[in-house]
Design a protein. Sequence first.
Length: 230
Amino acid sequence: MITPVPWLERNPTYKEKRENIEGRDLSTHGFLGYPVLQAADILLYKGDFVPVGIDQLPHLELTREITRRFNGLYKAIFPEPQALLTEIPKVPGTDGRKMSKSYNNTINLSDTEAEVRAKLKTMVTDPARVRRTDKGNPDVCPVFTLHKSLSSQVVIDRVNHECRTAEIGCIDCKKLSADAIVTRLGPIWDNRRQLEQQPKLVDEVIETGAQRAGKVARQTILEVNDAMKL
Ligand code: SF4
């Protein structure tokens, strides 16, 4: 009643998955209802702003539609959440499509340095740049998008110029990108190793967070029950 199935079927992310994932039944609630679960995660805490990638905007729009419908049908208890986009609103995976676990093209925070470097080596580039002597176009190259996300401005400017003039090859360019990723992930890896030695502390942090979140969620559920006269 709040979320008609056609709303979910017209979701571009769902349509994209249908086109890109073969051999799996996508007519399940797991795939179709995913944006509803996302809406619940946002609305339960009455989020005003949600940091998302650009591909998630349709999901957020669905959350806003669900919000409007609930507020109109029952009681205006939810704010309509707004998107918070970053300068690089879509991070490409190693195959050039959006980075997604469903596509098995991710560079993970849990990867080792060797894994990151190996993944970068296989990353797709400007498809028109076939030979080392071909001039490339960074604007269509996913590796360059990673540079723009994580490399220094000096490296970004260098690649932007030297790719177009074929002064730099893709292998060296990818190595520079891997260097930038490793530099950025280094402190995260260090923290992770430290936390792995302190499982009790991790449990406490999770428990404290769950208690805080649970308090807010329970209050919202009470308001929802009251609004729906349940
Ligand atoms: S040099 Fe870099 S930016 Fe240019 S096509 Fe190769 S990987 Fe992409």
